[in-house]
Unconditional design. Structure first.
Length: 325
């Protein structure tokens, strides 16, 4: 008995001795560069946010912040790398709308949108814009729906490929409007725009950050935005719901994540620093100019958003009859 008691005492003493070392390691974070994985090509909303916020983090945390673009497989490639990275706070990532959709479209992802990550902070909403070929004689969404029904052979709708927010928004539009359409997948906005501008597709429900230059250049006509409220970037363009599509609300949103198991102290520190960055005037100016609506909040609030989005997109995928690959 005495020997067992002695072993327990020694073990407890060892744990207590290590506790200050562990606490010091947490307090010293970060002591080396931090990497932000962006599972998409440069130039999109999450890439812009990663770079703008990353610059601020480098200053506030006193360590270099490196943005690492890992596009591919409908954003699954980079997300998989993030999920399998060490949970030490030195590799984090930022995701967009596809993060909460791909679970229902792909089998054997190798990661789960909730279980594989620690939410850090909800950073953004990017509204989608109903952009049509300007030679189509429609100025409003109801007029465009009527045109589609009268010209079913020309009702071609561009999407950004499998699992994209653009594809899901188009499916929601199909169901809400009762129209038939041919979805034409492209590898992102840059690939889809030439066919929309040339009239080879009639509609692209694209992120505002990607399509805004084409709208401002009068190369496409914006007839609706996808969110429940109008966007400040296009205040004169009514929502789809305002024009009769009751309950229509589609967007691409997202935020920063860390691999599951990342210590709470590190997650909380990153959350606090990113929230500070999102409130900086120059950050707001840069992001809002790209049509990005800034959010912020606690890790718990971001976790709740992910859960609610998963429930929404599960219903859309089921109603649309989409089968996972």
């Amino acid at each position: 008995m005495q020997r067992k008691t002695l072993i327990k005492t020694l073990a407890a003493t060892a744990v207590l001795a290590l506790a200050p070392t562990w606490a010091a390691a947490q307090a010293a974070y970060p002591s080396r560069p931090i990497k932000i994985i962006v599972p998409a090509p440069p130039g999109g909303a999450i890439d812009i946010i990663a770079r703008v916020v990353g610059d601020k983090l480098a200053t506030s945390l006193g360590q270099p912040v490196i943005v690492d673009n890992k596009p591919g497989a409908s954003n699954n490639l980079g997300t998989d790398v993030l999920a399998k990275s060490p949970a030490d706070g030195y590799t984090i990532g930022i995701v967009g709308g596809s993060h909460n959709i791909n679970k229902f479209l792909f089998k054997n992802l190798g990661w789960d949108p909730e279980k594989s990550f620690e939410p850090i902070v909800y950073t953004h909403v990017v509204p989608l814009v109903f952009a049509i070929y300007p030679q189509i004689p429609a100025k409003t969404l109801p007029e465009f729906i009527a045109w589609m029904k009268a010209h079913p052979d020309q009702a071609k709708v561009a999407t950004s490929g499998r699992g994209s927010a653009q594809e899901m928004a188009a499916e929601m539009f199909r169901m809400a409007s009762g129209t038939e359409m041919l979805l034409v997948p492209y590898k992102g906005s840059a690939a889809a725009h030439p066919d929309l501008l040339g009239g080879r597709t009639a509609l692209y429900i694209d992120t505002i950050s990607a399509i805004l230059p084409q709208v401002k250049g009068n190369n496409v006509r914006a007839i609706a935005v996808s969110t429940a409220k109008r966007t400040p970037a296009l205040p004169d363009v009514p929502t789809a719901e305002e024009q009769g599509l009751k309950g229509y609300d589609a967007n691409t949103n997202g935020g920063f994540l860390a691999p599951a198991g990342t210590p709470k102290a590190i997650v909380d520190k990153l959350n606090a620093e990113i929230n500070v960055a999102l409130k900086m005037p120059d950050v707001r100016t840069k992001l809002e100019a790209a049509g990005i609506e800034i959010q912020g909040g606690t890790p718990q609030e971001y976790a709740a958003l992910i859960k609610s989005d998963l429930a929404k997109w599960a219903k859309v995928v089921k109603a649309a009859g989409i089968v996972a690959d």
